[in-house]
Design a protein around this ligand. Structure first.
Ligand code: GTP
Length: 371
């Protein structure tokens, strides 16, 4: 048996307004919730029991994934009433683990798509009998991340916060293998960050933290830009098959069109765009490197680029959107040219008790240029 914990309880604030209704790991990437790609990777790497550490909107995960049988894995849910942070969530999830004290347990951040060799990472962990084995990935510029230096034997020597001049370009990729007993030694019921508390404390205690250094395909979908890039990479096959489920038969040229979508004959789709189930796209419209979610409507002679259009949103004729994010159900009037990078949300109660449109369509007042 190989077990894994996937951390899916975050609020996903950088992806608002999309995450006001849907937790980040449940947002569609190439037509299926992001978590489905991670489950496929885990299953292919030999994981048979996945514990989902939930906090924000747990019912949305359970409704889609159920007991995991359709994905060839067994899923157990462990819920945090108050979010416990990444380290606290790992400790809390331990209640559902069945592994022995010395067994390896895989832990994944629920927002990272990675083509690295997870089996290899687990094997290294077993061979070295480390406390924790971390996947490190090399980035061109580590200034936006904390970096993780290692010694000549591949032992992690420090966890350094963001700095203007990083000592290494290897960063924590958000995929760990923990010895079960190390998880159980994390204090229970407390808010703990695995990156800022657990790992530095393990180093202070001279525990062996090993690095699995592999610069395979890797993306953290935490921002709208990364989210559209990731979805496009899966559609285009840039993301390798051990990172994601393939776009399969729904792929048409450079795009993916889901069942029941209605497209005018002259619509141009490019750059790994996904058109969701039951969505409609009008004549003369261009959609490039974007995610158009289920039942959304894009009018005619409209240009959409690097944008995310929420479920059931309606974009009028002759609109221009570049780098925009529209919440579910937003209405954009004909002829609206949104400033690049605009995010439009509805009046949504974060606790999920209401999700009602503003009395006025959200952006009609920005209609300025266009046709
Ligand atoms: P931002 O608010 O945009 O930073 O996103 P986030 O809430 O997802 O936080 P972050 O990207 O740092 O989280 C990394 C992973 O850990 C994500 O998959 C989160 O869902 C998960 N996570 C973060 N905090 C918690 C928590 O308190 N409990 C649980 N169960 N998971 C968490």
């Amino acid at each position: 048996m190989q077990e894994a914990v996937v951390l899916v309880g975050g609020l996903g604030t950088r992806l608002r307004p999309l995450t006001l209704t849907t937790p980040k790991p449940m947002l569609p990437v190439a037509g299926v919730p992001f978590i489905a790609h991670q489950c496929a990777k885990l299953q292919a790497a030999g994981v048979d029991h996945v514990v989902l550490a939930t906090s924000y909107r747990p019912e949305i995960f359970a409704d889609y994934l159920g007991d995991g049988a359709s994905l060839g894995i067994r899923i157990t849910y462990v819920h945090e009433r108050e979010a416990l942070g990444t380290g606290g969530a790992i400790r809390n999830a331990s209640a559902a683990l069945e592994s022995g004290a010395n067994d390896p347990v895989v832990i994944l951040n629920g927002d990272v798509l990675s083509g690295h060799d997870l089996r290899g990472q687990v094997e290294l962990h077993r061979k070295t009998e480390a406390a924790v084995t971390l996947h490190l990935v090399e980035v061109a510029d580590a200034r936006a991340y904390g970096c993780v230096p290692t010694d000549a034997d591949g032992r992690v020597t420090a966890f350094l916060e963001k700095m203007p001049d990083p000592v290494t370009n290897w960063i924590n990729a958000g995929a760990y293998v923990f010895r079960r007993s190390v998880i159980d030694a994390i204090p229970a019921g407390q808010v703990i960050s695995v990156e800022r508390d657990t790992f530095p404390n393990l180093l202070l205690a001279a525990s062996d933290i090993r690095a699995w250094q592999e610069s395979a395909y890797w993306i953290d979908v935490g921002t709208p830009e990364a989210f559209v890039r990731c979805s496009a990479d899966v559609v285009l096959g840039v993301a390798p098959s051990n990172a994601a489920s393939p776009a399969g038969s729904a792929r048409i040229g450079d795009a993916m069109v889901l069942l029941g979508a209605e497209m005018a004959n002259d619509v141009r789709l490019s750059g790994g765009t996904t058109i969701g189930a039951g969505a409609r796209v009008g004549t003369g419209t261009d959609v490039d490197e974007s995610v158009v979610m289920d039942a959304a409507v894009v009018g005619s002679s409209t240009r959409v680029r690097r944008s995310v259009i929420g479920k059931g949103a309606v974009i009028g004729d002759g609109c221009v959107l570049d780098g925009c994010v529209l919440a579910d159900g937003v209405v954009v009037a004909d002829g609206t040219e949104l400033p690049p990078g605009t995010r439009v949300e509805l009046d949504v109660d974060i606790a999920g008790t209401s999700n009602k449109p503003l009395s006025d369509p959200a952006v009609t007042d920005t209609a300025a240029s266009g046709t």
